[in-house]
Design a protein around this ligand. Structure first.
Ligand SMILES: Nc1ncnc2c1ncn2[C@@H]1O[C@H](COP(=O)(O)OP(=O)(O)OP(=O)(O)O)[C@@H](O)[C@H]1O
Length: 254
């Protein structure tokens, strides 16, 4: 395993009496494509917020590229190379796709012209080249998801935290988005994704962490976690787990 790019140790946070994240530790290796899964309300988005600095933990530490960044502000973490996307996509609706992506590029590029030109390169990586001059409000849900990805990519992350980039997409749109995410990882960006679309997790992730009620209950390859009885009980259910295993076997046989 490569050195961890992100290492979290014993992270916990409570909201009132609710222990949203409890004593979670995990290492994200540089260059990996990994996933965080678990039922609704398990604490996945809260964990992203703790990693990226949107929330401060009650206890525990976050290290990025060997540096302790616990409690550091999100914009400083973005400068260091950790950027997250949001489940609810909120582009600047009246601005063009190009201008929206350039906002991310401005993190490193002061000049407007350079930022707009970088926006074009990033748009090509997520399949938005043909939409560059459209207002963001004209995009479909799938287009907005690509734009959210592009805005994050434009900050030139070393680590990209993707919060359900496939949510709300139909099966064909999901199939089209999977290679986009894989391409980003292959370009050298470390990717950690929260995802409910298990077929995509099975397809993309090298390693999976499973959260339930704020705690890490399992981890391993997609095949290992989908065969784990704790994960089946807490999240997948027996029917889904069996379907995923059958699909994986069929895939292995072809
Ligand atoms: N700011 C907050 N104040 C109070 N409770 C919160 C806050 N943020 C999250 N919670 C609660 O913490 C728990 C974990 O929420 P979180 O959004 O992290 O779960 P999740 O695993 O991302 O769920 P989903 O898959 O539905 O997005 C939930 O019970 C949620 O209601």
């Amino acid at each position: 395993m490569a050195e961890p790019l992100l290492a979290i140790k014993g992270l916990s946070i409570s909201f009132g009496g609710l222990k949203a994240v409890q004593n979670v530790s995990l290492d994200v290796p540089e260059g990996s494509l990994t996933a965080l899964i678990g039922p609704n309300g398990a604490g996945k988005t809260t964990l992203f917020a703790l990693m990226s600095g949107f929330l401060k933990p009650d206890s525990g530490t976050v290290q990025f590229a060997g540096q302790d960044i616990t409690g550091c502000a999100p914009h400083l973490n973005a400068r260091r190379g950790m950027t997250r996307t949001f489940q609810i996509v909120q582009p600047f609706a009246t601005q063009t796709v190009r201008e929206n992506i350039a906002v991310g590029a401005h993190l490193h590029l002061k000049e407007r012209r350079s930022a707009l030109s970088q926006a074009e390169e990033v748009a090509a990586r997520v399949g938005l080249s043909a939409q560059l001059d459209k207002p963001a409000s004209d995009l479909t849900v799938a287009g907005r998801k690509r734009l959210e990805l592009a805005r994050a990519l434009a900050t030139r992350p070393r680590l990209l935290l993707l919060d359900e980039v496939l949510a709300g997409l139909n099966p064909q749109e999901i199939a089209e988005m999977i290679p986009v995410v894989r391409g980003i990882a292959q370009s050298g960006v470390t990717v950690l994704m929260i995802e409910h679309v298990m077929q995509a997790v099975m397809n993309l992730a090298q390693h999976v962490w499973v959260l339930a009620q704020g705690q890490l209950i399992a981890q391993g390859t997609p095949a290992e976690v989908t065969a784990d009885e704790k994960v089946v009980e807490a999240y997948l259910g027996h029917g889904t787990a069996a379907r995923l295993r059958a699909a994986a076997l069929a895939g292995a046989a072809t």
